[in-house]
Write a protein that binds this ligand. Sequence first.
Ligand SMILES: Cc1ncc(COP(=O)(O)O)c(C=O)c1O
Length: 391
Amino acid sequence: MIYLDNAATSWPKPEIVYTTMDEFLRTKGGNPSRGSHSLALAARETVEETRRLIARFINAPESKRVIFTLNCTDALNLGLKGLLKPGDHVITDSIGHNSLVRPLKKLESQGVRVTRIPPSPETGVLSVKDIEAAITKDTRLLVVTHASNVTGVIQPVEDYGAIVRRHQVLFMVDAAQTAGKYPIDVEASNIDLLAFSGHKGLFGPPGTGVLYISDHAELDSIREGGTGSYSEQEEQPVNLPDRFESGTLNSVGIAGLGAGLKFILGEGLDKIMTHEQSLTNRLIDGLGKISGVTVYAARNRAQQAPVVSFNIKEYTPGDVGTILDQAFDTKVRTGLHCSPAMHKTLGTFPQGTVRISLSYLNIAEDIEMTLQAVERISVSRDFSNSGRSMR
Ligand SMILES: Cc1ncc(COP(=O)(O)O)c(C=O)c1O
């Protein structure tokens, strides 16, 4: 089997993630921050160790600014809804995932004003000038997608961070497709809110995500409840991370996320990037040589995350995905990938694309076999009569 749907969730996980989670549940399964018996303390130490590792990984000044969430969607909701009030103005891109688009739509219906900036049709990158021109006296936040989950184009967040800081606008980044795959330094890039999944590039299990909050961003909680702290008071505590972590945490998931991060630190991000870039380059070059195939990717390979879309002439993306799965045991994602706006920009709406997304655990042979499969589909009439249409 060849798994190429790592942008949705990475699989398989490194062995250490499985063993750590198994061991955690068997030996440390207390409720972190609830009680002072040894199992609760062991669970808490594991959670805090992961928090420290993440803080170090993104260069956060304090680990308490790392908030555990359910996934990247949850982190985006917390950042946006915790910050924005009616009358605020937000600047965003027009390539975002629905987990960014939909909370913003909701906030728009409540009186937040949103300006959406399209990327350059040639490079897929947002222009710093367009962003700066959109800033008004009411602009509270710039929120961008670090890498598109359709084309893999990486945006230059350091450049955007420099601009918004000059204008005293807060800066939020959706790093769902880059965390664990590309260096992110929240201090150097002036990022105030960084949202990412734990279950994609960081190799944690599903049900894990993170929001980093800088000391410039004053957020309200959007969910209140027990935190295991200040139990005598009825109001939500204001200290971090408790303010934003009500209810029992996904401690076993956070243990797995910590193990995923240790794996990444052990291998080294440079080695991971080099391997993924080499596979991605081979994939883009190979797809580009197959007749009838259109590739959607970054023009500049230095701005390419390991996510690539394509279509094959005369086939719907759904048909290609089904054939790859059933005839070649190869798992890809097809359709809109929850990013309709990106497809409108690419001209692939409403059918979408076939998406291949890689992980460090993919090997060169996965790419060669997939290229052969795509080539066979593109030249064969047999498959085009499959009559399936899935989206
Ligand atoms: C760019 C982007 N943002 C946000 C998300 C949502 O991530 P999660 O599934 O962790 O909520 C995804 C998921 O694919 C994504 O690609």
